[in-house]
Design a protein around this ligand. Structure first.
Ligand SMILES: [Zn+2]
Ligand SMILES: [Zn+2]
Length: 355
């Protein structure tokens, strides 16, 4: 089967059997099908208005529900044609990879670790693999999930004994729901309003997350005073954010950020976090290689993050590998590096890392 994979006009698309499928396009394209791997903003087209409804969307129902709850107006996915398959990728609720059995597998964002209600994937075999490369560099080796949870529980316990509350920060879709689940046994559990909304979408989709107390309920109950410990699940905010400043001055709260980027030494310090835990919804560099081994492809395409690096590493291991690059790429930089320039404020640096 002849398969063509390319980025044209900023849209990654695969052509096969006379049909074209665009993969996580950021803009409308003229392909026969549009595949949306999951509901993170960097994988959805930016338009918020309803289009003429002519796109044929391939996605999980959960992705459509979550995307629409975030204001994206994603059309209802069609039934997946029988020559294709959508494979759970364990990244966030509803995340899928695109599979043409034996021929092509596109990972979208992927994790092979079991995490609470998310099951890590065992990637399928395919002759062509398009694999994300977010954490492909060798410095990104994540500790076990158990270790991350254990370390956090110890920290919470230590702070509680001193009457100090903690703000546990993560991306509001995906990470925040896992944090709500991992640390549900701590009381009181407060959830920031944006997390509260997404948690209730997860509950509608069948994930029995603890309800917790919303930020406004907690405020009404007078929880925000010195000496009263609690944990709050919140989106990432820098030390300079008004909210964090208020929580620090009223209650002495400490901040803990959860992201794979925390593998880097001094990451927490640079980001203005008190603590940083390398808990990720992506694969680390070894797990990405494991995916390639399992998939056993004849050709690998790498995309996102350290795509150049991963392609080079795979070639040194004997694979035919090519980095797929967006047109605005400058030599030697990943799209992520380009996006984060110029960095004027800590918050924009944080946004560039946690999207
Ligand atoms: Zn994602
Ligand atoms: Zn992504």
């Amino acid at each position: 089967m002849r398969i063509q994979v390319a980025i044209n006009d900023g849209v990654l698309a695969v052509e096969v059997g006379g049909k074209s499928i665009s993969l996580d396009p950021k803009r409308d394209s003229h392909s026969d099908f549009t595949f949306v791997s999951h509901a993170h903003t960097d994988h959805l087209s930016l338009g918020k208005k309803k289009r003429n409804g002519s796109r044929k969307i391939l996605a999980s129902e959960a992705t459509a529900v979550i995307a629409n709850s975030r204001g994206h107006d994603l059309e209802t996915p069609i039934a997946t044609p029988e020559e294709y398959d959508l494979v759970d990728t364990g990244h966030i609720l509803g995340s899928r990879g695109f599979l043409i059995p034996d021929e092509l597998f596109y990972t979208g964002d992927i994790s092979i670790r079991d995490r609470a209600f998310l099951k890590g994937v065992r990637p399928p075999k395919a002759k062509n693999l398009i694999v994300e490369s977010t954490f492909a560099r060798p410095e990104y080796v994540f500790p076990s999930l158990e270790q991350c949870i254990h370390e956090t529980n110890e920290l919470i316990s230590k702070m509680y004994s001193r009457g100090i509350p903690l703000i546990l920060m993560g991306y509001p879709l995906g990470k925040a729901q896992l944090l709500t689940e991992f640390f549900r046994h701590w009381d009181p559990l407060i959830v920031h309003e944006s997390v509260h909304e997404m948690n209730s979408v997860y509950r509608q989709l069948g994930v029995p997350l603890k309800e917790g107390m919303s930020f406004s309920q907690a405020r009404e109950r007078g929880m925000f005073q010195r000496g009263v410990p609690w944990i709050m699940i919140s989106p990432f905010m820098s030390r300079g954010a008004e909210f964090v400043k208020t929580m620090k001055s009223c209650c002495n709260a400490v901040t803990v950020g959860f992201t794979g980027w925390a593998t880097r030494a001094r990451f927490g310090q640079v980001m203005g976090l008190d603590y940083a835990i390398p808990l990720s919804d992506h694969c680390d560099c070894n797990e990405l290689l494991e995916i390639v081994r399992h998939c056993n492809p004849e050709k690998v395409y790498t995309i996102h993050g350290f795509a150049d690096y991963l392609a080079m590493r795979l070639r040194s291991l004997g694979y035919e590998a090519e980095a797929l690059m967006w047109q605005n790429k400058r030599k030697g930089e990943s799209p992520r590096q380009i996006r984060k320039k110029p960095v004027s404020k800590n918050q924009s640096l944080i946004d560039s890392y946690f999207n």
